[in-house]
Design a protein around this ligand. Structure first.
Ligand code: F6R
Length: 605
């Protein structure tokens, strides 16, 4: 998705903006640009393609102390240099970068054209540059406010003006925006990754808030011009977290970070004395936890699949009815919000628009919603009534891996906490705690099998289409496995309940259609093996993701993972599927970290 970066201070803004744009690349984009205020005029440079193409096109002596930059992911208008940001007013005085969508851009554009304006792009953003330039307000803040009063939609803006060359004015409504506080310099970004080399002191803007940013500091205020007096907070982020550091790809780096990141996540959260999990951020007393009669999990994409796994964990351990729904569907169906239900929003980025809207829908109707979120200070984290941070560290690869594992573990801890204030016995609590503590070592064991998994993946990559099957606990695993595979290998990978295969999709099985079967050693092993036999009987190749003791000596190709507690096994069964997808994409020579058409955080509907 689009990314914003801005700088004002004593240094040349150009290298700082370019470095910021390189760090935003992972979010997915199709064109990039910068605008710098130089003594004579604003210099705007834009290019379709990679940030390095833009870098190659910049004049060598380009400099200025104030500037804004952008990576665009096309929404209004095709991918062209004219549609790339920054966009300017007709006289070139105002430059704007924008994330989000202006809903009434067409109407505004028509009325501006009727008033004599000519447009040089097809974007909704250019309308805003025109509106700001037309304002009669004496200051840039007033002009931006005038423009905002005419637009509806979601946005994060950064605006510069030749008449006020000491500042950037920014505004936020529904798209993230962060200020970075430096020493006599300030930064603006839509994502912490763009700031991390310069400062860890940040201010998160809220919806409806604006800010003026100068070398000397910042002022935040509302649309009614009331100061909001924000204090900077310190973020725990390291440059190494957002750099490859010797790994070939971020996806592999993040997969291999899991043993350590999971250990960090569990630290201080497992309570041996009471056999439970301590999740203080939920802001719920044991009595309140006991009061919930239902749990509803909301998330999108892989987070939704982790939510399905989570709902099962909650039903199993806490015996509360629980289910998961795609937040993107939930928000549009005028859902009934139950007063005694606990709603759980799950998101790596904390910025997914559909999930954020679902949170608002629940709260608007008086429901109680907590978040399982990775990015600290993100929109969803701040809008929920409480939550559990996932502490997976920054995730740069578009395909989510470690954050997914952390989500599932977050659900296991939530299920444990909900269970222990109900009927889950202390010995079962202790059993789950021991299982959770075993996860980092067991994940490391799975990762050590990478050469075998890579070999199997290269074979699967040759098939144009494949099934991933599992049942009950194994079904969310199959869904996530198929999702990861299709995202990075562009192969058609379809997840099916193993139990449903015989009701239709079996018709597709032949020599050319392999099946990845999730077959844990549990009370459903025989049922799963029956599905494997049905596939094999139709000459379908099977790869089993399984435990020792299942399909031993059968000749069926297997990836064997260490056994944990049955409730926690799905967490481990998912890990080899991450490597399977990664190596399939490598075998096909694809750009693993930036798969086509996808963005890291989906901040538009
Ligand atoms: C899959 C993937 C997406 C995200 C989904 C939700 O690898 O990355 O399906 O899981 O877009 O994103 P978050 O978790 O940021 O809300």
């Amino acid at each position: 998705m689009c990314g914003i970066v801005g700088y004002v201070g004593g240094q040349n803004a150009v290298p700082i903006l370019m470095e910021g744009l390189f760090r935003l690349e992972y979010r997915g984009y199709d064109s990039a640009g910068i605008a710098v205020l130089s003594p004579k005029a604003t210099q705007v440079h834009r290019r379709v393609g990679r940030v390095r193409d833009l870098e190659g096109a910049l004049p060598r002596r380009l400099s200025g102390k104030v500037g804004i930059g952008h990576t665009r992911w096309a929404t209004h208008g095709p991918v062209t240099q004219e549609n790339a940001h920054p966009h300017a007013s007709p006289d070139g005085r105002i430059s704007v970068v924008h994330n989000g969508i202006i809903d009434n851009a067409m109407d505004l554009r028509e009325s501006l054209i009727a008033g004599g304006d000519a447009f040089s792009s097809e974007t909704d953003t250019e309308v805003v540059a025109h509106l700001i330039a037309r304002s009669l307000a004496p200051d840039l803040e007033g002009a931006v406010l005038d423009a905002l009063s005419r637009i509806s939609g979601t946005y994060a803006f950064a605006v510069i003006d030749e008449r006020h060359p000491d500042r950037i004015v920014v505004a936020r409504n529904g798209s993230p925006l962060i200020l970075g506080v430096g020493d006599r310099e300030m930064f603006v970004a839509s994502d912490l990754a763009a700031l991390v080399r310069h400062t860890t002191s940040v201010v998160h803007l809220d919806d409806g808030e604006l800010a003026t940013v100068t070398a000397g500091g910042f002022r935040t205020f509302t649309r009614e011009l009331q100061d909001t007096a924000k204090e900077p907070t310190s973020v725990d982020l390291d440059v190494a977290d957002v750099e490859l550091g010797g790994s070939a790809h971020f996806m592999r780096k993040e997969i291999f970070e899991q043993p350590r990141s999971v250990e960090r996540m569990l630290r201080g959260r497992l309570d041996d004395r009471f056999g439970t999990a301590r999740l203080d951020g939920l802001n719920l007393t044991p009595r309140e936890l006991r009061g919930f009669r239902r749990v509803k999990v909301l998330g999108c994409g892989s987070a939704y699949y982790a939510g399905q796994l989570g709902a099962q964990l909650i039903e199993e351990l806490a015996r509360i009815p629980a289910d998961a729904e795609a937040a993107s569907e939930f928000r549009y169906r005028d859902p009934v919000i139950e007063p005694d239900a606990l709603y759980v929003a799950v998101s790596q980025s904390g910025e997914t628009a559909d999930t954020a809207f679902a949170v608002r829908e629940v709260r608007r109707k008086g429901g109680h919603v907590v978040g399982l979120v990775n990015v600290v200070g993100s929109t969803i984290a701040r809008e929920c009534d409480g939550g559990v941070y996932l502490h997976a560290g920054p995730e740069i690869a578009v395909a989510s891996t470690k954050a997914l594992t952390h989500m599932s573990i977050g659900f296991a801890m939530l299920a444990l906490a909900l269970g222990r204030v109900r009927d889950l016995s202390i010995s079962d609590g202790e059993r789950i705690i021991a299982g959770l503590r075993a996860l980092p070592g067991q994940i490391a064991e799975i990762l050590a099998a990478e050469p075998h998994i890579a070999e199997v993946a290269a074979g699967l990559a040759a098939a144009p289409s494949l099934f991933f099957i599992g049942r009950v606990r194994g079904f969310p695993v199959a869904r996530e496995g198929a999702q990861k595979f299709k995202e990075v290998s562009y192969r058609h990978a379809e997840a099916y309940q193993a139990s449903e295969l015989k009701h239709g999709p079996l018709a597709l099985i032949d020599k050319a259609m392999p099946t990845v079967a999730i077959v844990p050693r549990d009370e459903l092993t025989d049922r799963n093996l029956a599905a494997v036999a049905q596939v094999a009987a139709r000459e379908g190749e099977v790869l089993a993701i399984t435990h020792a003791g299942v399909l031993d000596g059968s000749g069926v190709p297997r990836i064997v993972v260490p056994k944990n507690e049955p409730e926690l096994d799905p967490i481990l069964l998912t890990v080899p599927l991450q490597l399977l997808a990664y190596h399939a994409a490598l075998a096909l020579g694809l750009d693993v970290d930036k798969p086509r058409n996808l963005a890291k955080s989906v901040t538009v509907e």
